[in-house]
Design a protein around this ligand. Structure first.
Ligand code: ADP
Ligand code: MG
Ligand code: ZN
Length: 490
């Protein structure tokens, strides 16, 4: 029997507000442990929470960008469980009425465009952080340290429909989501710092079956790679179990073990009633007027999908290139600034931005904000290239110098004598000298060895340190080498 996987993600994104969601403590990452705490986020008796307006606005913006309905009131519930990193022994979250519902997000899969449902988005608070110490790994640890700095940082949980079928689709979904949240400026999307992470729910069923099988929930995945690898492993495991007649009997929570490359059983999956959810009596419902929602809607910038459409339809960029640029807001803004001051084709710009420019960015681990090349200068360089003032190879050298020094291209070309030689008479003299110095290859060429032609072109390029215009050189060579046959390939 053939099986298919059914995947749904619960993504947690920390909102990048300056202060926490129910108190005034700072949210700065990396502060010394237990320095950003107060009676509210430490859960001391009698302390009262007050909702951070900005956190609610950010959550609403995320809902709008993901095409959700926004609830008319914001209500909170207490989710009770006992854990050392949760000092109140309950988490303030939204259970009975999530803030946003019924949205969707589109991803470009191998099979084409796919619409993935966003079941709900709710606003909640972070728990603290437990550091297992004294040895390596949780099981070997001798003691645990607790840092409450993270306690009470606002979080949105975004729950997808069970619409994903492959680990690759889960990755695409996460990438798109991350890109959108970063565009909105509501989250920094840093998976490596834990501000974006997800639980992956997965089950398998025979192809053609409508009902979903029992699922495993893989907790706390914090890289794109982990999500894909954990899902691939778990799908294989469940398919093998199903094929041998012993499918999952109970829903379970599992953990991803990076080292062994396996998911490991943690506990049976909790049922909602076990958390004894009830409305938080300390937090009154907040009315969300449609005027307020509209106002928040107006702050949403052009999102990656819209940019992608513009780049492909209006500017003719290849799909892959358009997405690579559109996915990153700052790169997209830079790219658009270069296109704006460039007289040529935007595709030339994308080619250079994704090619040589990105190579330098990666090589030097430079953030796009710190780039020294002014967009106008980038455009000028591409114009010099188009006009034949510099060759393609030289343009790369010039770009590199621009990258490190911030100088403009014309100054670099002038000072380093990099202008391309297109002057026919000058090149004719050079060609004549090369032909005189290499009678062997000339004879070879005349005897029908086409390769000798490329050798001769190479010699002229060498004599000019790569500055000769290769097209002009080729034409002169062809003319000079007559009356031999035309080169076989040209
Ligand atoms: P919870 O895990 O908190 O009980 P839900 O039941 O709403 O919450 O499901 C959470 C996620 O699990 C959603 O993304 C949903 O699409 C996905 N999901 C639910 N049932 C299955 C299933 N049988 N197989 C795969 N994914 C599932
Ligand atoms: Mg869950
Ligand atoms: Zn606090």
């Amino acid at each position: 029997m053939e099986y298919e996987a059914v995947i749904g993600l619960e993504v947690h994104a920390e909102l990048c507000t300056a202060s926490k969601v129910f108190c005034g403590c700072a949210t700065t990452f990396g502060a010394p442990p237990n320095n950003q705490v107060c009676p509210v986020c430490l859960g001391l008796p009698g302390a009262l929470p007050a909702l951070n307006r900005r956190a609610l606005e950010y959550a609403i913006a995320a809902g709008l960008a993901l095409n959700c309905q926004i609830a008319s009131t914001c209500q909170f519930d207490r989710k009770q469980y006992y854990y050392p990193d949760l000092p109140k022994a309950y988490q303030i979250t939204q259970y009975h009425q999530p803030l946003c519902t019924g949205g969707c997000l589109e991803i470009m899969t191998k099979q084409g465009l796919k619409r993935v449902g966003i079941t709900r988005i709710h606003l909640e608070e972070e728990a603290g952080k437990t550091v297992h110490a004294g040895s390596t790994g949780i099981t070997g640890a001798q003691y645990a340290l607790i840092d409450y700095n993270r306690c009470g940082i606002p979080l949105i949980e975004i729950v997808s429909g069970p619409d994903l079928r492959f680990p690759e689709e889960a990755k695409l979904f996460l990438e798109k989501l991350r890109s959108i949240l970063c565009y909105l400026g509501v989250s920094d999307g840093k998976m490596e710092e834990g501000s974006l992470r997800c639980d992956a729910n997965v089950s398998v069923r025979p192809v053609g079956e409508q009902a979903m099988g029992k699922r495993a929930e893989i907790k706390n995945l914090n890289s794109f790679r982990a999500v894909q690898a954990a899902l691939a492993y778990e799908i294989r495991r469940q398919m093998e179990l199903a094929a041998s007649g012993t499918p999952l009997a109970m829903e379970e929570a599992r953990a991803w073990d990076e080292q062994s490359g396996m998911t490991v059983y943690m506990r049976p999956k909790e049922q909602p009633h076990e958390y004894r959810y009830y409305p938080d009596p300390d937090l009154m419902p907040v009315v969300i007027s449609s005027a307020w929602v509209e106002e928040i809607g107006r702050t949403i910038p052009e999102l990656p999908d819209a940019k992608y459409d513009r780049y492909t339809r209006q500017w003719g960029l290849a799909s892959h290139d358009a997405w690579l640029i559109a996915a990153e807001q700052k790169l997209a803004a830079y790219f658009e600034a270069v296109v704006e001051s460039f007289s040529g084709n935007p595709k030339t710009v994308s080619h250079w931005v994704l090619g040589e420019f990105s190579r330098l960015l990666n090589l030097e681990k430079t953030a796009i904000d710190a780039v020294k090349i002014r967009p106008r200068d980038f455009a000028v360089l591409l114009e010099r290239l188009a006009a034949g003032t510099v060759s393609g190879n030289t343009a790369k050298t010039v770009l590199e110098t621009m990258f490190y020094t911030g100088q403009d291209p014309d100054t670099i070309i002038r000072e380093q004598g990099l202008a391309q030689i297109s002057d026919v008479q000058q090149l004719q003299e050079l060609v004549a000298a090369v032909l005189a110095a290499h009678p062997g290859p000339v004879a070879d060429y005349r005897a029908g060895k086409a390769k000798a032609f490329d050798y001769l072109v190479g010699q002229v390029m060498k004599a000019t340190r790569g500055r000769a215009n290769p097209e002009v050189v080729r034409q002169i060579l062809i003319a000079e080498l007559v009356p031999a046959e035309k080169p076989a390939k040209q």
